[in-house]
Ligand binder design. Structure first.
Ligand code: NDP
Length: 293
């Protein structure tokens, strides 16, 4: 088991990272500082989370060398288009306070305006060629979106960040990613979306199978789910604003799930997506202005 993944362009990325979706801007620096103290070296944010500034502040104040922290952020759909996406890099880099972003990804495919999605990706390819970013990728791309992109792209995305937790495993997406050498990165890796968007009775945290496996290892359900991602070769980016849970989610390197346990976790898939259907994302319904740096 390694704690690093090698992307398809040779760049090394920590497999386990820290997410900040829904982390309020005024507590983001504090949460990220706690994560960096704990040992996380990959931080996942997005222009649309409105907290890139807090991420940058925590990294600058951490005392860590810039090269020691892998920064990932996402371009929002309102900034798709060649010039708009180039400028979106400047906005994100400015808020993060860095010259170079380690991994820059398109937050969503825009199926109704795939022409804009392709232009945005071309801008990422240019940023990569210019050394402004070390790797580029996508998020929420279903296999048909990936195929359509690959027909036009010159650079294969390094990463596809998609919803993956035991209740929604997206096997078809994982298979398509692997076939093209794209690393699948799990968002809502511990099924946060099943509790903050769910009914409360179907949360992964209360699942009996996950609970039993956790008990067998003297670990928590969250730790079991994170371990499942790592052992199956995915990157995972759990989010927390709570120091105890930030530490808990990183304390996953002292146990190993068996093949039977991995299979039991795979079998919990319900096929029910927690997040929005990627095909339904439109500029009209999800567009929003991303402020200047
Ligand atoms: P997670 O699966 O990471 O779960 C986070 C939720 O679970 C929070 O409510 C958190 O609350 C709680 N939690 C954290 N740790 C534990 C624990 N050990 N035990 C019990 N509860 C816990 O869900 P997210 O949706 O936040 O996904 C993680 C990251 O993925 C995001 O932060 C973001 O970076 C990315 N993401 C990307 C998306 C995309 O479209 N590309 C969409 C959604 C997420 P608390 O903070 O109080 O601990």
């Amino acid at each position: 088991m390694t704690t690093n993944l090698t992307l398809n362009n040779g760049v090394t990325m920590p497999a386990l990272g820290f997410g900040v979706f829904q982390t309020p801007p005024d507590v983001t620096a504090q949460a990220v500082a706690e994560a960096l103290r704990t040992g996380y070296r990959l931080i996942d944010t997005a222009a649309a989370y409105a907290n890139e500034r807090g991420v940058g502040e925590a990294i600058a104040a951490s005392g860590l060398d810039r090269q020691e922290v892998f920064i990932e952020t996402k371009i929002w759909i309102s900034d798709y288009g060649h010039d708009a996406t180039s400028h979106a890099f400047d906005k994100s880099a400015g808020k993060l306070g860095v010259d170079q972003i380690d991994l820059l990804i398109l937050h969503q495919p825009l199926p109704s305006r795939f022409d804009l999605t392709l232009e945005a990706y071309r801008a990422l390819e240019t940023l990569l060629a210019d050394g402004k970013v070390r790797a580029i990728g996508v998020s929420n791309f279903m296999p048909d979106h990936l195929d359509a992109l690959l027909k036009q792209a010159t650079v294969v995305p390094a990463v596809n960040q998609v919803e993956v937790h035991p209740y929604f495993t997206q096997q078809a997406v994982q298979t398509a990613d692997a076939a093209h050498g794209v690393i699948t990165q799990a968002w809502s890796p511990i099924g946060g979306i099943t509790s903050y968007r769910g009914t409360g009775t179907t949360s992964t945290f209360g699942d009996p199978t996950i609970g039993e496996i956790a008990k067998a290892h003297g670990k928590t359900p969250a730790q079991v789910m994170i371990r499942w991602h790592l052992q199956e070769g995915r990157s995972a980016i759990p989010k927390s604003v709570n120091p105890t849970r930030i530490a808990e989610n990183f304390d996953v390197f002292d146990f190993e799930l068996t093949a039977t346990e991995l299979t039991a976790l795979d079998a919990l898939d319900t096929g029910v997506r927690g997040g929005p259907e990627p095909a339904d994302i439109t500029l009209e319904t999800f567009g929003r202005d991303i402020p200047e740096a």
